[in-house]
Design a protein around this ligand. Structure first.
Ligand code: NAP
Length: 285
């Protein structure tokens, strides 16, 4: 393998240790950072994700609660519960686990969370703050990718970054964050006619598609940094990314693995955002 590995597990561990230290400092000032997670319905993956989020929080000294509601909960009841949490000064972060049951409008639900508690960074106020460069909460996945780039000391200034995928939670905020660090950014999507022509120009490549082998070795410039956000299953049912790791790691300069890359960093950045929300609330007391 030519590429160096960017180890998301190791970096996330370091970040959790930093969060633990900052949490202890905040507790010493009488503030217990606290995250409220709401899970509606029985989606198996969501149950696993929320369990991880609670465990990560507890491990780093954050207080986290999981509120579970039946799939037939009314949207009005959910909105009322979020409004109550907005008013509760002991709660610093609110996360509604997605996807929601079909009868609920996810945008309405997310927009009901107070922006100061929007630790997932999905509220339009958070998206707007990122766009204009004001303080807000960055979505955890692209935020984690930026931390991975910083961890290798990569200077994005003047580099060409190509992001594959334009979702509101990964692709678009990723592109804005890279732009904020003075990269020249190209965003590709399903209507991009010649993906390879774009990716071959990239110094930094972020694949956030959700399809195996979207990025193969012949599409990567030698030495490029490759960040694989994708989470897919291979024929054996094992977790894999969007990138053909075996091939691309022969060409790239740096590469993130799946598993053990962006996934643990996403989890770590939720802790950072929650702590940040508590620190901001404390500084305004
Ligand atoms: P999404 O909302 O489905 O967006 C996928 C994007 O990929 C869309 O913009 C789509 O283009 C584009 N796309 C689809 N096929 C393409 C192709 N052949 N060539 C170029 N672009 C193509 O997904 P998402 O929520 O952003 O998530 C993307 C992946 O990241 C998924 O595998 C997800 O599970 C994973 N993920 C991982 C983490 C983590 O923590 N590791 C967190 C979040 C997401 P259009 O806009 O034109 O449809």
């Amino acid at each position: 393998m030519a590429a160096q590995l960017i180890d998301g597990n190791a970096l996330a561990k370091k970040i959790r240790a930093e969060v633990s230290g900052r949490t202890a400092a905040l507790k010493a000032k009488g503030v217990q950072p606290s995250l409220a997670i709401i899970l509606v319905g029985e989606d198996p993956a969501s149950q696993v994700y929320t369990k991880h989020k609670i465990n990560d929080s507890t491990e780093t000294g954050l207080h986290a609660t999981l509120e579970r509601y039946p799939a037939d909960m009314s949207e009005a009841d959910l909105l009322a519960r979020i409004r109550a949490l907005n008013e509760d000064a002991s709660v610093h972060g609110i996360l509604v686990q997605l996807p929601l049951p079909k009868h609920m409008n996810a945008s309405t639900v997310i927009e009901t969370i107070a922006p100061a508690k929007d630790v997932d960074g999905f509220h339009v106020a958070s998206a707007g703050a990122l766009m204009v460069g004001q303080p807000g909460f960055w979505p955890c996945t692209p935020y984690g990718c930026m931390k991975m780039l910083a961890s290798i000391g990569y200077d994005l200034k003047g580099k060409h970054a190509v992001v594959i995928g334009r979702s509101n939670i990964v692709g678009k905020p990723m592109a804005l964050m890279l732009l904020g660090k003075n990269a020249t950014v190209t965003i590709c999507h399903s209507a991009t006619p010649d993906l390879k022509a774009m990716t071959l120009q990239a110094d930094v490549l972020v694949a956030a598609v959700g399809k195996r082998n979207v990025l193969t070795a012949d599409m990567v410039k030698p030495g490029a940094v490759v960040i694989d956000v994708g989470m897919n299953r291979n024929d054996e049912g094992k977790l894999c990314g969007d990138v053909d790791f075996a091939g691309v790691s022969q060409v790239a300069g740096w590469i993130t693995p799946v598993p053990g890359g962006v996934g643990p960093m996403t989890r770590a950045m939720l802790l950072v955002n929650t702590l940040e929300a508590a620190e901001r609330a404390q500084s305004q007391r």
